[in-house]
Ligand binder design. Structure first.
Ligand code: DC
Length: 231
């Protein structure tokens, strides 16, 4: 971390478009990005590899935290997309499915796992600044952030967006099960004891239900102009 680095937090529920907005805003500003959800997803992937066939709940929490602590992860931005490597293997697509998402939400409810990932997340804060997306960026990881935004949208709208994304990729999907999965994940992320998903008390809430990506990006940039000291 450097003293002059600034941070913008984008928190919110699954499928609200945080990742896309985060990339767009970071590109406009020339800042770094943190996709914190990917760290929980990668932890879930590594857990499933080290403990095949076992549920997260059957594994000792200290062992899960050990896995989170020792992940060998790296990120690269290629053509406006984030490419993610685990031990040199490109796992970008592998961690994006609903199963890993649900397992990520389960490991993310374990306080020792969250603690293990904290320093790693804070190490992303480098000059000139960072755009961080997740669930607890503004509440726990970067409480000092200049600008905290909480993005939200109805579960139906988020499921529709996810459905379209999957269809565009030629992947078969069922809309009502997507809505159900999102609801379950929201419930777990919002009701866990440690760092639950909720807006920071000083966050600005943007309901994106009727907005497209460009409109949300423009609104975030308007808030950046208003509130963030840009050198
Ligand atoms: O943003 P995402 O869907 O990739 O995140 C996957 C899961 O990780 C999500 O269901 C909850 C968890 N998560 C978290 O608890 N804290 C974060 N800062 C980011 C993600």
């Amino acid at each position: 971390m450097t003293d002059n680095a600034q941070v913008i937090c984008l928190d919110g529920p699954s499928g609200v478009g945080k990742g896309t907005i985060c990339l767009a805003v970071a590109k406009k500003l020339g800042w770094h990005i943190l996709d914190s959800g990917s760290l929980y997803r990668i932890t879930a992937l590594q857990v499933s590899r080290e403990f095949p066939g076992q549920s997260v709940y059957e594994i000792d929490e200290a062992q899960l935290a050990e896995i989170a602590l020792n992940l060998s992860v790296s990120y690269e931005e290629v053509n406006d997309e984030l490419v993610i490597y685990l031990d040199g293997e490109d796992i970008t697509e592998l961690i994006r499915n609903e199963k890993i998402g649900a397992q990520a939400s389960q490991v993310a409810a374990i306080p020792m796992v969250r603690e293990a990932l904290l320093a790693r997340q804070r190490a992303f804060l480098l000059e000139p600044g960072l755009v961080a997306d997740g669930r607890d960026m503004g509440t726990v990881v970067f409480p000092q952030a200049e600008l905290k935004i909480y993005l939200t949208a109805s579960a139906e709208e988020r499921a529709q967006r996810r459905y379209k994304q999957l269809k565009d990729k030629g992947i078969d999907a069922n809309l009502s099960s997507l809505v159900e999965e999102l609801r379950l994940r929201d419930e777990r992320d919002m009701n866990r004891k440690t760092a639950p998903l909720k807006p920071a008390s000083d966050a600005i809430i943007i309901d994106t239900t009727t907005l497209d990506i460009t409109q949300v990006t423009n609104e975030v940039m308007r808030l950046v102009d208003q509130r963030v000291r840009l050198s």
